[in-house]
Design a protein around this ligand. Structure first.
Ligand SMILES: Cc1cc2nc3c(=O)[nH]c(=O)nc-3n(C[C@H](O)[C@H](O)[C@H](O)COP(=O)(O)OP(=O)(O)OC[C@H]3O[C@@H](n4cnc5c(N)ncnc54)[C@H](O)[C@@H]3O)c2cc1C
Ligand SMILES: *[C@@H]1O[C@H](CO)[C@@H](O)[C@H](O)[C@H]1NC(C)=O
Ligand SMILES: *[C@@H]1O[C@H](CO)[C@@H](O)[C@H](O)[C@H]1NC(C)=O
Length: 612
């Protein structure tokens, strides 16, 4: 972090009256090449392109389209600018949830999963801010498996195979770890900074060692082959968050043909009933309704919850459902269906005997804050708490395919590490589960191994609760409704146990936190049935909803957009974000969404005859 702003931050908080620190900060901002994007208060009545949503994908699309000086581009974002301080400290990421930059969605109650969460519901944070969910996320940089994309292509989506898409992953990338930047799978010099956290606990490498002991390799999980263990890479720059706003919007903030409007809540896309052409958007901005027209196209990048929400409000969705709510149907389409997400068993906790974990009282102190703000290093830089990633095979997965079905997030902390203050609330763990099982871990040294189901069979849906645009939609993820999904998670839990029993982790006295779940103990401790019951209680979303405006060929009745991301049956309207994934990728979704933004920008340029 640059020196003057460090001053402002440190002094502003602890010593000086706020206004003085603020002036220093503003002076600095004006000349900073990475300074905040300029926001437009009074948008024009018409633009060539309107991009709705400045998240992981939308910020990229707006940045790339405005490379053509002949186009004027409007980027509309419902939230405000990125808060500067807390959001950028990777270890504090969870503190952002349930704040004003979070849409704060919640799923409907479930009977098959999330039983140990408040109201049997999963909290679904989504960024409402320039940068979108890349401002709330845990910053892990993961691309998914080559086969995910080859499968998309095999569904009839030409040029969406891995060999085509690798170019777009690399186009964005500025990998600051030379050992990776040199390989054919990575690149340096792009807008998006990618690197390892500059600080780690002794457990980070111990996790990798443990993986080697159980037969896996330490390798770049974003490279030649995915199966293996690796110290996580993250979208961070000098130890702090590199959101897509910071990466793709700040460096081009002087471009006159890109207008960014914040606190602009888009209510619907207006589509001509006769010609079926999307011609404008209606938004609420500064207390008034405005209609802004698009000469060429409107691009929805509002994310996997809001893009289907806006489409349905605009008359594009399941005809029967829209009619029920009195919304005139423009195009009958499978919008909101095909909802997929990654979930993990969040409760696999282990104790250790040494002071090597992120116990809150030890690290969230003045010294750590100072190390972070002054040098961009120290414990505050751990990526959402996750140090090591692993892609492994359960017994249900064909080892020779290099297409693992389980991912591990290895974290040198548990919900007990902060005494139940923040993480427990962010996850929505019920008081009962906390009191009976995890409270005793409070402020003790412990770590988590979270097995994640990479390709769930269970699918859910999003639909409207009301035709009123400010009422959040109904979210039904149907987690673990397919028995195979639960069976894979059980195998994942057992793999986690095996990891803890390696000498690499035993060295620190690693042992299972074995206080049983009262609701599961009748199934016999540590049987498969017991672990399944636990996974159905402590079901953690990994925050990767996608698939709700599926990309597919013209004969696929579930496809909402074509392989050029144009909405079937509507002219001049595309969807570009996590919604278009036909199947969820085998890994965290931020880098794939950025890739989708890059790819879409080139598609749009090609379609309008602008060289890419
Ligand atoms: C807590 C959390 C942790 C995560 N951790 C990771 C991680 O470590 N690694 C990883 O790879 N992925 C992670 N993810 C997932 C990843 O961040 C998302 O998949 C990705 O950001 C989604 O990108 P998107 O472009 O589809 O949508 P978003 O980034 O959510 O962007 C949508 C944008 O549209 C705006 N918008 C929505 N509705 C409207 C409207 N009506 N009018 C105007 N604007 C609107 C939103 O405010 C938002 O800015 C995490 C997500 C969360 C929430
Ligand atoms: C179109 O998509 C469907 C559904 O994914 C698939 O079965 C079919 O083979 C695809 N057709 C072509 C021509 O790729
Ligand atoms: C695993 O994949 C290999 C390579 O495609 C294939 O030859 C083999 O039949 C598969 N095994 C099983 C059990 O499906």
């Amino acid at each position: 972090m640059p020196l003057l702003s460090v001053f402002a931050v440190l002094l502003g908080i602890w010593l000086l009256p706020i206004p003085l620190a603020y002036i220093g900060y503003e002076v600095y901002e004006f000349n900073d090449p990475e300074g905040r994007p300029f926001v437009e208060l009074d948008p024009l009545p018409i633009y060539d392109f309107i991009v709705v949503g400045a998240g992981s994908a939308g910020a990229v699309v707006a940045s790339r389209l405005s490379e053509n000086p002949a186009w004027n581009v409007l980027l509309l974002e419902a939230g405000g600018d990125e808060p500067e301080i807390v959001s950028n400290a990777p270890a504090l990421a969870a503190n952002l949830q349930m704040t004003r930059i979070d849409w704060g969605y919640r799923t409907e109650p479930m009977t098959t999963a999330c039983l140990g969460l408040e109201g049997s519901r999963s909290k679904w944070p989504r960024g409402k801010v320039l940068g979108g969910s890349s401002v709330l996320n845990y910053m892990l940089y993961v691309r998914g498996n080559r086969r995910d994309y080859d499968r998309w292509e095999s569904f009839g989506n030409p040029e969406w195979g891995y060999d085509d898409l690798l170019y777009y992953f690399k186009k964005s990338e500025d990998n600051r770890n030379p050992y990776l930047a040199r390989t054919p799978y990575h690149a340096a010099g792009g807008y998006l900074t990618v690197q390892e956290a500059p600080w780690r606990t002794p457990l980070a490498t111990a996790f990798v060692q443990a993986g080697i002991e159980i037969g896996y390799e330490n390798r770049d999980i974003n490279g030649e082959s995915q199966t293996g263990f690796m110290i996580a890479q993250g979208t961070i720059r000098r130890g702090s968050r590199c959101s897509t706003s910071r990466a793709f919007l700040r460096p081009i903030r002087h471009r006159p043909n890109l207008h960014i409007v914040i606190h602009a809540h888009v209510l619907k896309v207006n589509i001509d009933h006769v010609y079926k052409r999307a011609w404008s958007v209606t938004m609420l901005h500064q207390g008034r309704m405005r209609i802004i027209q698009a000469r060429n196209e409107i691009i929805l990048s509002a994310g996997a919850v809001s893009s289907p929400h806006i489409l349905m409000l605009s008359g594009v969705g399941p005809a029967e459902h829209l009619t029920e709510l009195g919304i005139p149907v423009i195009q009958d389409a499978a919008v909101g269906l095909n909802l997929q997400d990654h979930i993990g068993f969040g409760g696999l906790a282990f104790r250790v005997d040494q002071p090597i974990t992120l116990v809150q009282s030890r690290y969230e102190d003045m010294v750590s804050a100072f190390r972070y703000y002054v040098n961009g290093e120290g414990p505050m830089t751990v990526l959402g708490g996750v140090e090591t990633l692993a892609f492994v095979h359960s017994k249900y997965s064909n080892v020779s395919l290099d297409w693992p079905d389980v991912q591990f997030h290895l974290i040198p902390a548990t919900i007990g590490s902060d005494g139940g203050q923040t993480i427990r609330r962010a996850l929505g763990v019920s008081n009962f589960l906390w009191e009976t099982v995890y409270k005793e871990l409070s402020f003790t040294d412990s770590f988590s191994a979270i097995p994640v189901l990479l390709r769930p069979k269970s699918k859910g849906y999003i639909k409207l609760r009301s035709a009123h645009p400010f009422i959040p939609p109904i979210i039904v993820p149907n987690y673990l409704t397919e028995p195979e999904d639960a069976a894979i998670l059980v195998e994942g839990a057992k793999l986690g146990l095996a990891l803890s029993q390696t000498s690499a982790l035993r060295r620190f006295g690693a042992r299972l936190h074995d206080t049983p779940y009262p609701q599961c103990v009748h199934l016999g401790l540590f049987t498969d049935e017991y672990w399944e019951c636990c996974a159905r209680h402590y079901t953690s979303t990994i925050y990767h909803p996608c698939g709700t405006a599926k990309m597919g060929n013209a004969t696929d009745p579930d496809a909402v957009v074509d392989p050029r991301l144009r909405v079937y049956g509507v002219h001049s309207l595309r969807v570009v974000d996590a919604s278009i994934m036909p199947t969820i990728v085998s890994g965290n979704t931020n880098a794939p969404c950025i890739m989708i933004g890059e790819k879409a920008a080139d598609i749009i340029k090609q379609d309008w005859g602008f060289p890419t």
